[in-house]
Design a protein around this ligand. Sequence first.
Ligand code: ADP
Length: 567
Amino acid sequence: MPATPSPSAEAPGGPPLDPSRSTAGGGVPRDVPPQDAPARTALSRRIRRLIPRTFQGRLTLGFVGVVTLTLVLVTGLAINRLDDYFSAQEQQNLKTRTAAVANIVKVFIDREAGIRPVIGLDNEVDPGVAALLANDEILQPLADQIAQADLRVRLGSTSQGGDGTRAFVPSPSADYAAHLLAAPLPGQTREAIGRTDLFPIQDPLTPWALEVTLSNPYTYRSTTIADLTVVVGLVALVALVVAIAVASLLARRFTTGLRRLTEASRGIAEGDLTARVPAEMASAGASEIVALSRQFNTMAAQLEESVEIIRRDRDRSREFLADVSHELRTPIAALRTFNELLREGAGMDPDARAEFLESSSQQLERLDWLAQNLLELSKLDSGLVLLDLRPDDLRVAVESAVEQAEAAARKRGVELTLGLPARPVRIRHDPQRIGQVVSNLVGNALKFTSRGGSVVVQLEPYRDGALIRVGDTGVGIDASELPRIFDRFYRGSLANEARSSGSGLGLAIVRSIVDMHHGRISVESRLGRGSAFTVYLPHDPRAGETVQPADETATAGTESASQPSTS
Ligand code: ADP
């Protein structure tokens, strides 16, 4: 098949697809579009403009189109069939009338002819009969009242044909006619149809025949058809109006769901992330639209949630940055002051110089501690840290972390005890990171427990995994502060005396590590009585399981807070 040039290939400004079409050198393009192409395009554009643009409009138009077509076909066919039926009826009617006319004429002829032959052997009609039929008073009433049509009567002889049938031989002198003169009855019209019937008369001497022809009779056919057409047309019109009403109602119903979807998506596009398809719409109506609405709502909910998470992350990052700047500014300001004081002459005094240098060293230590913790936390958060998961005995990591804290405990005069199970607790974990968790928790417990108090670390198997508990008899945590202690840079109101050594990042780091292990951390505390942190670690973090420890619920008078594995 030869390729037809596509109009879309000739987008304005686009390069010609076919090099042979180039008009360079003044040549005439080969594929000149036909002359009537613009006219046709204009026509199709005009037709397209007539088609409604909305889905509802198109549905209505389609439905009404189908109904109209059906009505036109049914009406046309019905009227056509009725016309045929009435035509057949009229023929039957004419036949009856010819027979009636023939009977009456025969009675007149018989009465006139008596025993004389009506048609002689020479095929001439009896003069008496001829005179009778020529009399208008005989045929005219017959034409007006019986035939109700133009009437023609012929007499003649019959001759025997070879095949046994008798042929009519009309007598040249016996041809009589009468035109219909009577006025039509209401509803009657003349119709251009006709009928001729032959009535052979068995005369023993000379058999003859009577031919009756009726033409242009009065009938009710065309009036009846016209009346019927009007009635059917009216019925069709009513049906069409009903169809239009029903079609637009149905189309409106079909498209309501789509309209709600459009409204909801417009709302989302304009920034209203709470926009949804109303619940009653998302559960009633066409199943496809219901499915689409539900899908849309799910998608919108996910979008809203994601944006909320991103927004929260952004806020948290802002707060974090502000906190970091604040935390850095304090030691830097202190260092600058010491530096200035030393330059301004305080450096000449050995005692003052020693004190300032000692304070500077503390501030530098604090800066270093802060930098290390920040680095650690950002690595954990960014996912850059990959856990070195090993199926080792958890007792080893816990024990070594506690051992490292023993010196500090002695220094602070706090009793530090460790309770380990007799059997190895083999779960898949990163020993170094879990050691860090225990160190941070024990460090806090020692920090917030006054001299003479005690800190107890316990490890025990729990279900498939394990529980690590760090309890102390320290200052405790206020109930209102419990939900915030895992936030970055958060320091409790009772942390005053330990303030210089804290960064407010320790528990945030603990939570990140526990999260990475798909574990869970919770805390129970009572002001002035102490706190207990419980870490649940699953058997294998790669399975992604998190289990709520059974004995984690708060006891009476005890405040508790728990952190899920994912924050
Ligand atoms: P920091 O490094 O300053 O201790 P953390 O993130 O470790 O920061 O702890 C945050 C806050 O939680 C502390 O300032 C303190 O108020 C509270 N907290 C943590 N552990 C304990 C504890 N064992 N006893 C009392 N309060 C605690």
